[in-house]
Design a binder for this molecule. Structure first.
Ligand code: SF4
Length: 361
C-alpha cells in the first residue's frame, strides 16, 4: 500500500468517521483542557482505562486545576496516586505543574520544545496534550498506534528498534496532518484498544480494513514484531510491622528511588541461604538500627513490577531495642493502625494494611 497524500487523507477520514460513531464516553473526553488531557494521558501510560477512571475523577475533585496541583504537597499528590503505580509519573506531574505556574503563568505552553523541557514530558505526552487540547498536528506513537500502523503498512522489523520507531513517528506525523489532529490521534489509539487488539484483531469491524496490508496478506497475527520478553526475576521480601506501645513504625522512601516519596514497612530482600525471619531481622537492623523479635506472619502478597516480581511477607515484630537510626529513608513515624490511611503506600503495602486491619478485633 502506498502512503500517497490521497491515501492518507482517506485513511484519516475513515478512521475519524468510525471514531465519531464508536468512541467510548470517557471522563477526559468531555472537557479537554490541557490540564485534564495531561492528567489523563499521564495516568493512562502503562495503565488500563478501567483502572484510571476512578483515580482520574478523585484526582480532579481534589486538584481541579494546574494551580491547585502546584499548591499541593507531594505527599498529598502521592496519597491520591497510591495504588496506580509508576509513581514517578505523579512526582513529575507535580513538579511540572509548579514549573508551569511559575514560568508560564499557569498556562501549558503550546510550543513543543518548551513543553518537552518540563519534567516527565516525552514525545508521547507532548503529542497527546498539544494535539488533543490545542488541536495542533502533533503525532503520537504509543503501543496501540504502533500495532495499528505496523499492521496497516506491514512494517517488518523489531517494533522497538530505533529504525522502526523512527518510521512510525514519521508516518504518524504525516497522517496527523488533517483538520482534526486531536481526534485523529485518539481515533488511532481507540482503534488499537477496541478493534486492532493484540490477539485476534476484529478486522471485520475495522474501518480501514481495505487499506491494511497485514490483513491483505493474512499477517495480522505476526505484526508488529516484538522482541521476546526476558524472564522476569522474582524476589521474596520480608517486611516487619514493628510494634511499640500500640503504634507501629513506617518509613518514607527517598524521592529519587523507585516508589519514591511513598511510605512502607521496614524490610528488604531475602538473600540466598537466609531464613525469612533472619533476613527480616538483618534488614530491619540495617535500615533502622533496631533489633526486634520476629513473630507471626500476617500475610504474603504478590506484586508485579515491569522488570521484576516480588512477594512481600509481612510479620509482626515486637520488643524493638536499640537506637533508631534510619539509613535508607527520608522520614519515619510511629503511628496507630487507624492512622495508616493518612499516608500514601504502594499497593503491596496497602494489601498488608488490609490484612492487618482484618486481624484487629
Ligand atoms: S484490518 Fe485488522 S489488522 Fe488491519 S488495522 Fe484493521 S483490525 Fe488491525
Amino acid at each position: 500500500m502506498k502512503t500517497t497524500e490521497h491515501g492518507k487523507s482517506e485513511l484519516a477520514g475513515s478512521l475519524l468517521a468510525w471514531y465519531d460513531k464508536h468512541k467510548r464516553d470517557l471522563p477526559w473526553r468531555r472537557r479537554k483542557t490541557p490540564y485534564r488531557v495531561w492528567l489523563a494521558e499521564t495516568m493512562l501510560q502503562q495503565t488500563r482505562v478501567e483502572t484510571v477512571v476512578p483515580y482520574y475523577r478523585r484526582f480532579l475533585r481534589r486538584f481541579p486545576s494546574m494551580a491547585a496541583l502546584a499548591r499541593a504537597s507531594l505527599d498529598d499528590v502521592l496519597e491520591l496516586w497510591a495504588g496506580l503505580g509508576y509513581y514517578s509519573r505523579a512526582r513529575n506531574l507535580h513538579a511540572a505543574a509548579r514549573e508551569i505556574v511559575n514560568r508560564w503563568r499557569g498556562r501549558v505552553p503550546k510550543d513543543r520544545r518548551a513543553f518537552l523541557d518540563l519534567p516527565g514530558v516525552g514525545p508521547y505526552t507532548a503529542g497527546a496534550v498539544l494535539s488533543i487540547a490545542y488541536d495542533l498536528p502533533e503525532p503520537i506513537v504509543d503501543g496501540n498506534v504502533t500495532r495499528v500502523l505496523c499492521r496497516v503498512y506491514a512494517i517488518e522489523g523489531d517494533a522497538k528498534s530505533a529504525a522502526v520507531r523512527k518510521r512510525l513517528w514519521s508516518l504518524a506525523g504525516e497522517l496527523v496532518q488533517n483538520d482534526r489532529p486531536g481526534d485523529f490521534n485518539q481515533a488511532l489509539m481507540e482503534l488499537g484498544s477496541l478493534v486492532c487488539v493484540p490477539q485476534d484483531p476484529a478486522c471485520g469491524l475495522c474501518p480501514i480494513a481495505d487499506r491494511c496490508e497485514a490483513r491483505a496478506s493474512g499477517r495480522q497475527g505476526e505484526l508488529p514484531r516484538l522482541p521476546k520478553r526476558k524472564a522476569v526475576p522474582h524476589y521474596d521480601v520480608p517486611v516487619g510491622i514493628i510494634w511499640r506501645d500500640g503504634t507501629l513504625l513506617i518509613t518514607k522512601r527517598p524521592t529519587d528511588v523507585m516508589l519514591g516519596g511513598l511510605w512502607e514497612f521496614p524490610g528488604g530482600k531475602q538473600e540466598p541461604g537466609e531464613s525469612m525471619e533472619g533476613a527480616l531481622r538483618r534488614e530491619i537492623e540495617e535500615e533502622t538500627g533496631l533489633a526486634v523479635d520476629v513473630g507471626d506472619r500476617i500475610v504474603s502478597v504478590n506484586h508485579a513490577y515491569s522488570h521484576f516480581r516480588l512477594t512481600l511477607h509481612a510479620f509482626h515484630c515486637r520488643n524493638p531495642s536499640g537506637r533508631l537510626v534510619l539509613t535508607k529513608c527520608d522520614a519515619y513515624r510511629w503511628v496507630k493502625p487507624a492512622e495508616l490511611d493518612d499516608y500514601a503506600f504502594p499497593s503491596g503495602s496497602r494489601a498488608i494494611i488490609d490484612a492487618l486491619t482484618a486481624e484487629q478485633p
